[in-house]
Design a binder for this molecule. Structure first.
Ligand code: ATP
Ligand code: MG
Length: 581
């Protein structure tokens, strides 16, 4: 883990050495997502690495869509991925690139491999292909089509391209070694038949290259120097090297693998995140509970927070599980110094201040220098800074005869150690305002407190009360001038294994992902509060972030917030339970 400006992981060490030794004059990396879903926090790690090293070493980074599987991909995903990379604050070099942009060249190289005797068309069924591939403890078996002549293979490959085979009837395979200890080297498939429309190339092709073939050659074509990917591709590297060498690149790119990001309570698989969307357990890819970039943006996470988090996680070769609270720590840190504060009461309890009119009528005579206030039409407007950093400016808070405090701040039978209001402890400081004393509480038929009758100490606006100490400060909002708002509180969308209480019954026909998701869903991942916020908060524009004092950081929702009907999403709590190293 490192927070120093000079980052020193093994990849940066390699790049530094390659530049010093003159192996490369400059470096070029790429971020190569498949547009089969929205980007998630795992991709952010890869983006920060690829764009990060490019920036640090004066190189560049390409954005390339690895779009070799048209049935899983679509334009919406392409668009969202571009927007996400930009939102994180990174710029790719030149135009966006697509593996599909190289399909003609990739086809020509496949023909070249056939001509060199390095590839052949296999007509075995998918089942035979699988069975004859062998396992990690058993070698594979040569295909009966393996020794077809070059001419036969060229003719068959042309037939594949011309659409004369159905899906699964024919594949093009690299001719390497069916007894190779690495299963990825046992004549891997490099082209398959797919009668599918492609979001970029339309209906031009009915054969599509496999990722393992398209990826190294796309890297080589673009002149990528360091091809950075996650550890599961380590076993694919021999084929990566094989293919760029056979095609004839003199100075081919090199692949380096680093560990995937895994975080507790968090899915980092587009496939599973897509399932969440399809199951309707979230409102979409951008649901604020989703670990997608779109979801985290809507949640109010900042690009700075995400980048700081990735920096703290660092780049290593060992897989591990990162504490979710570390992500929250980074997001919170990015908000502390620049986020305006305000008061919002999430579970309102009405307080009527009996002596309001008399008390505030004297405010001019009694207020201290620290408090700027103006009495207009029975409303006392308190001018208060939005943040300890006074550069963020002031706001006007209306103080009125009826206010709301949070239900949790008054308890008839408080637990031990409770520091807020109760019949035994009826006095407390109202934040930015007077000391309040509860005189009586009103109960409903169920015995719940529905209103408090109180009075204020008129000498306490900006001054300590005389002759006694009042402990505790609570927030409040004017009942007449506050604005009703929808406030969403979040918990983890998914529970860890040891947090699951009751397993729901599996329904017939559910696939493994669906069953797993149903079992792990947190029923409390979303709580909606009908809150009241001070007027300054309601003026927020969508995407504006605030600290609701004594509560959490919140963001005005990008999709649903308006100043008439404010909607805020909880970003992160105020307290740290995580200490970074
Ligand atoms: P998913 O399983 O979610 O689809 P993927 O690896 O198949 O992930 P790609 O779109 O192929 O998704 O990934 C683009 C790049 O992001 C790859 O280089 C991949 O290694 C990297 N990446 C994906 N997931 C993670 C992760 N959890 N941590 C770090 N890098 C990741
Ligand atoms: Mg993938």
């Amino acid at each position: 883990m490192s927070t120093t400006t000079e980052k020193n992981d093994f990849i940066r060490t390699i790049i530094r050495e390659d530049l010093q030794s003159g192996k490369h004059q400059s470096i070029l990396t790429r971020f190569p997502p498949e547009p089969n879903g929205y980007l998630h926090i795992g991709h952010v790690k890869s983006i920060c690495l690829n764009f990060g090293v490019a920036g640090e070493f004066g190189g560049a980074c390409n954005l390339r869509f690895d779009d070799t599987n048209p049935t899983a991909e679509k334009q919406d995903y392409v668009d969202s991925i571009k927007a996400d990379v930009q939102w994180l604050g990174f710029d790719w070099q030149g135009e966006v690139r697509y593996a599909s942009g190289y399909f003609d060249q990739l086809y020509a190289w496949a023909v070249q491999l056939i001509e060199q005797g390095d590839a052949y068309v296999d007509l075995q069924s998918p089942e035979e292909l699988k069975a004859n591939r062998g396992t990690s403890w058993e070698v594979g078996k040569d295909s009966p089509y393996r020794n077809h002549s070059v001419a036969e293979n060229l003719a068959l490959f042309e037939k594949m391209r011309a659409g004369e085979f159905a899906e699964g009837q024919a594949v093009l395979r690299a001719k390497i070694d069916m007894t190779h200890p690495n299963i990825n080297m046992r004549d891997p498939v490099i082209y398959r038949v797919m009668h599918a429309h492609h979001h970029q190339t339309g209906d031009k092709w009915c054969i599509y290259p496999m990722y393992d073939y398209a990826h190294p050659l796309s890297d080589a074509l673009e002149g990528i120097t360091h091809s950075l990917c996650t550890l599961e591709f380590e076993d694919h590297r021999p084929f990566y090297d094989w293919v760029v060498e056979k095609v004839g690149f003199d100075n081919p790119p090199h692949q380096y693998e680093f560990s995937r990001l895994n975080i507790d309570h968090t899915l980092t698989s587009k496939r599973k995140l897509k399932r969440l969307v399809e199951m309707g357990v979230v409102t979409g890819w951008d649901d604020p509970r989703m670990p997608t970039v779109a979801g985290m943006r809507r949640r109010g996470y900042t690009p700075e927070g995400l980048k700081d988090f990735c920096e703290r996680v660092g780049i290593t070769k060992s897989d591990g599980l990162v504490d979710f609270r570390m992500l929250e720590f980074s997001v919170r840190k990015s908000l502390e110094d620049n986020t305006a504060r305000g008061m919002a009461v999430l579970r309102p309890l009405k307080v009527t201040i009996k002596n309001f009119d008399e008390a505030v009528a004297n405010f001019d005579a009694l207020k201290s220098e620290k408090t700027v206030a103006t009495l207009t039409d029975g409303v006392l407007w308190l001018s208060q800074p939005k943040h300890p950093n006074l550069d963020l400016g002031n706001r006007q808070i209306p103080f009125t005869k009826t206010i709301y405090i949070d239900q949790a701040d008054y308890q008839i039978n408080p637990p031990a150690g409770y520091k807020r209001l109760s019949p035994e402890n009826p006095e407390i400081r109202l934040r930015n305002s007077y000391v309040l004393k509860i005189d009586e509480h009103i109960l409903n038929e169920q015995g719940e407190v529905v209103e408090l009758i109180a009075s204020i100490d008129e000498k306490t606006l900006g001054n300590n009360p005389e002759g006694r100490k009042v402990k505790g400060v609570i927030h409040w909002v004017s009942a007449t001038h506050g604005v009703p708002a929808t406030v969403r509180l979040y918990e983890h969308l998914l529970l860890e294994d040891d947090e699951i209480a009751d397993l729901p019954a599996a329904t017939d026909g559910d696939d493994a992902d669906t069953i797993w998701i149903k079992q792990h869903l947190n029923p409390n991942s979303l709580t909606i509060c009908q809150a009241v916020v001070e007027p300054d908060l309601a003026k927020a524009v969508a995407g504006e972030r605030f600290q609701f004092e004594r509560e959490s950081y919140f963001v005005a929702d990008f999709v649903e917030h308006t100043s008439d009907k404010p909607v805020f999403n909880q970003i992160v709590g105020l307290k740290d339970s995580f200490k970074p190293e």
